[in-house]
Design a protein around this ligand. Structure first.
Ligand SMILES: [Zn+2]
Length: 430
């Protein structure tokens, strides 16, 4: 497997060959899939075209979580590292990697970084955590594969991260959008916008173009922010990455086959939203077939409008959040998480003159008397900030529906960011 992906003309042939290999291997060597495939009555001889993947059964997160931890290693004697998801939607999902996984991830990561302008010899500052969560270590693997130098900062305090940036002048940077926004706030307070970063790879949480504009405008015209999407169960951060054209992330479908399905498990059309379903096209420590990620994505095939990057022909997607939790109704009005994020970004911008007097901001959902209740929660040690925040919300909300929710001031430090991620929406309804 080379660094660059097969071209779009060779891709379907490569995918079919790999799909048949993986299906056959899992049936022959893995008890969980042996039973699953036998129960579905489908065998590898039924897979004659890529469309035939729809005959195969799904693998769900709940189904996998019911297995004991040890049963989640398909090749225990070859496992070299164990990781976990960040547990964004509840119980964290554990996963294990073999040398093959690490090699594949290194390559998909190197491609991803090259896609947004990173080159051999450049330096990448890594501000994802180096721990159980896959972010830091897999970005490290990617940068080494591309021949970049690494500045491993992990979830360091912002002041330390900035000090390292000014000392070593890395051209590229990776962290969550939340960490980037906190860095912007700190730079404004310092009144020193001198940064060496030109390229930012931001992901591990849902963010919008509004946030992209905010980060890019704050860091200046030379800075470009790109979306990266991944999940621990599929090798970590590099399932998909944006190229310099932005507007959606190319999915590396030569190694992870993508389906975007509606509620009836039918493929959605170009431009539509559905659940992302991924199939490993190689055998690693924990390869799965038709894994339902639970993530809602917009499918961007871009047929007829070729991309100028080397991933031309690889479909794009934009992550929109969790399937179930990000859509909800209150008093007959329909809300989605991204709407709250847009409002929150605007609020954050307006609150910046207050500097560090204001800490994290989030929206909390709970159940009161059987119906959903929303609260804006802001970290501050000054009770007078409630009035200021109320005015800001009134000023920035495009729609009056966001103004009707109460504001709660909580002491600073209440929301300690975990792994650099401060979830914007806290759902306490379960
Ligand atoms: Zn492209």
């Amino acid at each position: 497997m080379g660094l660059y992906p097969p071209n779009m003309h060779e891709l379907p042939k490569v995918q079919l060959k790999r799909l048949r290999y993986v299906t056959n291997w899992l049936h022959q060597n893995n008890e969980f899939f042996h039973k699953k495939l036998d129960a579905s009555g489908v065998s590898v001889s039924d897979i004659q075209s890529l469309e035939d993947i729809q005959k195969l059964p799904f693998t769900t997160k709940d189904e996998v979580r019911k297995l004991p931890d040890g049963a989640l290693e398909w090749l225990p004697e070859q496992t070299v590292r164990k990781h976990s998801s960040s547990g964004t939607t509840g119980l964290a999902t554990s996963t294990c990697f073999t040398d093959i996984d690490l090699k594949v991830m290194g390559i998909l990561g190197a491609r991803s970084l090259a896609l947004c302008g990173c080159e051999k010899g450049m330096t990448l500052q890594v501000n994802y955590g180096y721990g159980f969560f896959t972010g830091g270590l897999i970005f490290d693997e990617a940068a080494r594969t591309l021949g970049m130098k690494i500045l491993p900062q992990g979830g360091a305090p912002i002041v330390e991260s900035l000090r390292a940036m000014r000392r070593f002048k890395p051209e590229a940077w990776c962290c969550t959008p939340t960490y980037a926004k906190r860095t912007v706030a700190h730079l404004l307070k310092e009144d020193d916008k001198d940064i060496s970063w030109k390229i930012g790879s931001h992901g591990a949480e849902v963010w919008t173009d509004e946030t992209r504009k905010f980060i890019e405008n704050s860091f200046g015209p030379d800075y470009n922010a790109y979306d990266v999407y991944g999940l621990a169960e599929k090798g970590g951060p590099f399932v998909a990455h944006e190229c310099e054209a932005k507007g959606g992330s190319h999915v590396w479908t030569d190694m992870l086959f993508m389906e975007v399905l509606d509620d009836n498990n039918e493929l959605v059309s170009e431009g539509e939203i559905g659940e992302l379903v991924l199939t490993h096209l190689y055998i690693g420590g924990y390869s799965t077939i038709r894994y339902k990620t639970g993530d809602r994505v917009k499918y961007i095939a871009e047929t007829g409008s070729p991309c100028t990057c080397f991933a031309d022909g690889y479909p794009k997607m934009r992550a929109l959040g969790r399937k179930i939790k990000d859509e909800f109704k209150i008093g007959g009005e329909f809300y989605i998480r991204a709407d709250f994020e847009n409002v929150a970004v605007k609020i954050l911008k307006e609150l910046q003159p207050l500097g560090e007097e204001i800490g994290e901001f989030r929206v909390e959902l709970s159940i009161e008397k059987g119906t959903t209740h929303v609260e804006y929660c802001i970290e501050s040690d000054n009770p007078e900030h409630e009035t200021i925040v109320k005015d800001v919300i009134r000023a920035v909300s495009d729609s009056t529906i966001y103004r009707r929710f109460p504001i709660r001031i909580v002491p600073k430090g209440t929301y300690t960011p975990s792994l650099g991620k401060t979830p914007l929406l806290i759902d306490k309804r379960e």
